[in-house]
Design a protein around this ligand. Structure first.
Ligand SMILES: *[C@@H]1O[C@H](CO)[C@@H](O)[C@H](O)[C@H]1NC(C)=O
Ligand SMILES: *[C@@H]1O[C@H](CO)[C@@H](O)[C@H](O)[C@H]1NC(C)=O
Ligand SMILES: *[C@@H]1O[C@H](CO)[C@@H](O)[C@H](O)[C@H]1NC(C)=O
Ligand SMILES: CC(=O)N[C@H]1CO[C@H](CO)[C@@H](O)[C@@H]1O
Length: 493
């Protein structure tokens, strides 16, 4: 009897798979940076045909179209073809990329993007960036082929009334504290929406407060000053995107592969949230190109150059996880009380002349004992291991070493380590490359229990600092102002 009732219910459920939608039909006061979110009773599959169209309800003008027959990118899986799992050389981007693949413009930069991302039972539709405006009513239409639930049918949105909503009349008036909430209860639904809103140059400090939630979006912040981006809690505010050098191959202009970019910015603080890049291989979580950038209680996770640095950065009480060259370091960065977990080398240190480099104080460098994930293929299930050295400085281009980084600097003071090979450093390009100005220095390197490690087999280019001889050097490099040229101040909540 019971099983009969159950099968009848199942039969009914299998023909009704209509999603719940956000914004709800007839919703008002919607932020124009909203995504369109459909939650099904079972995981939907993304179609390869059909259109999503958004019309201005007042004049029926089409304001945005997403065509599911267009591939998101030349390499939508984040893997380049015929590269044995590598993403390194996807080749120069096809100049016609922008007509062949999905493209959205963020702060003047053309990114390939996913028009729909499915996580569990939820499909998030990404209108083109900036397509919706304040003070308008919109109608969403969606062909049934756009999404196919695992069970049952989806009939799409095909009428003028099934999915309409109205945006807020105007942008927020109080611009000193802006709230981002994925559920639509804040000033913006997306981090990028809030970043777009803040002025380029602000004499007063602006706080962008992100409420707990999952923010799957590309974030590109260019030319902004005096901003704090603070999460409600470090583990429950998750900002990220699947993106890498295969998905957004190199072309002229800025690198488009990080999940989160901060570029040409000054006096920016990121506090208490997580940034992930969900792709594998050449997939930066965060790229910073700026001065006086502070990261405090942050969690970053990427894969290959996970944290790419230019300028000057204070990195405190934070955690970074990556898969080799985990820090691609052109910047002066003072890491304090932080943890780096890495498959393969912790850094590729590329300090330019005239500035300091990667300085780690009271921090931990922990090797993850796994093969580089993109080298694990069906043909080679064990993949390729890579040593977790502190810094590498291999031949980097021309045969004479001119394109290498003779001023590379990485200094470890009171750093706990695990899984680091006995040589500690390298590979380092050999003569005629001049290593006399390379500062690969360490003082009081320990294991995770705080016991000194054996440094007798360290790379000859590296140096072990000792007391009392190196007392001044150790004191200088323990001082963030010496390393960065400015005194970091963390602004509290
Ligand atoms: C998907 O479901 C898993 C398992 O319930 C959960 O851990 C995860 O957070 C969900 N993902 C999202 C984006 O909601
Ligand atoms: C703007 O927000 C800040 C921080 O919440 C508050 O101190 C200030 O009074 C607000 N200003 C106005 C004009 O509402
Ligand atoms: C590092 O830790 C030592 C020992 O706890 C402490 O004395 C020192 O002030 C710390 N350094 C910094 C820069 O906080
Ligand atoms: C949303 C998305 O496309 N995620 C993909 C990210 O990359 C991994 C590995 O390449 C895939 O397994 C995910 O499906």
């Amino acid at each position: 009897m019971r099983s009969t009732v159950f099968s009848v219910l199942l039969a009914a459920a299998s023909c009704l798979a209509e999603p719940t939608i956000f914004p709800a039909n007839k919703a008002t006061n919607v932020n124009p940076d909203t995504h369109l979110i459909l939650t099904f009773p079972s995981p939907p599959k993304i179609g390869t045909s059909g259109l999503i169209r958004i019309y201005d309800a007042a004049d029926k003008k089409l304001v945005d179209t997403l065509d599911m027959s267009i591939s998101p990118s030349p390499n939508p899986s984040g893997r380049a073809p015929n590269a044995n799992g590598q993403t390194k050389q996807p080749g120069p981007a096809d100049p016609n990329d922008n007509s062949k693949y999905q493209v959205t413009m963020i702060a003047g930069v053309d990114f390939h993007f996913f028009p729909i991302i499915v996580r569990n039972n939820t499909a998030t539709v990404y209108p083109h960036h900036g397509a919706l405006k304040y003070g308008h009513s919109y109608t969403v239409k969606m062909d049934p082929t756009v999404l196919t639930p695992a069970a049952g049918a989806f009939s799409g949105f095909t009428t003028d009334t099934a999915w309409t909503f109205t945006t807020k009349a105007a942008s927020p008036t109080n611009s000193s504290r802006i709230v981002v909430a994925a559920d639509g209860s804040g000033d913006f639904n997306t981090v990028q929406g809030a970043i777009d809103f803040v002025p380029s140059s602000s004499s007063k400090r602006i706080t962008i407060f992100i409420k707990n939630g999952f923010y799957e979006e590309l974030v590109y912040m260019k030319g902004k000053n005096n901003i704090i981006i603070r999460g409600e809690s470090r583990d429950k505010v998750i900002v990220g995107y699947p993106n890498n050098s295969a998905f957004n191959p190199p072309k002229s202009g800025p690198s488009r592969r990080p999940a989160f970019t901060i570029t040409q910015c000054k006096s920016v603080q990121l506090s208490s949230f997580t940034i992930n890049n969900y792709f594998v291989g050449q997939a930066e979580a965060l790229l910073v190109r700026g001065e006086k950038v502070v990261l405090d209680h942050m969690t970053l996770s990427g894969s290959g150059d996970a944290f790419t640095t230019y300028g000057s950065i204070y990195f405190a009480d934070s955690k970074l996880t990556g898969h080799g060259d985990t820090v691609l370091g052109y910047g002066a960065v003072f890491y304090l009380r932080s943890e780096i977990h890495s498959i393969g080398p912790f850094t590729w240190t590329r300090t330019p002349a005239g500035q300091h480099g990667n300085v780690f104080v009271n921090s931990s460098l922990i090797s993850i004992n796994e093969p580089l994930p993109w080298t694990v293929t069906e043909a080679r299930p064990t993949g390729q291991d890579s040593k977790s050295t502190f810094a590498r400085l291999p031949r980097n281009g021309g045969p004479t070493g001119v394109s290498n980084f003779p001023n590379a600097e990485m200094v470890l003071i009171n750093v706990k380590t695990s899984g680091v090979p006995p040589e500690g450093w390298g590979p380092i390009q050999s003569a005629p490359f001049d290593t006399s100005n390379v500062h690969f220095w360490e003082y009081n390197t320990m294991d995770l229990d705080g016991k000194p490690v054996d440094m007798s087999k360290r790379h000859p280019v590296s140096k072990q600092l000792k007391l009392p001889t190196d007392g001044k050097t150790i004191a200088d490099y323990s001082n963030p102002k010496f390393v960065l040229g400015w005194e970091p101040v963390i602004v509290g909540p």
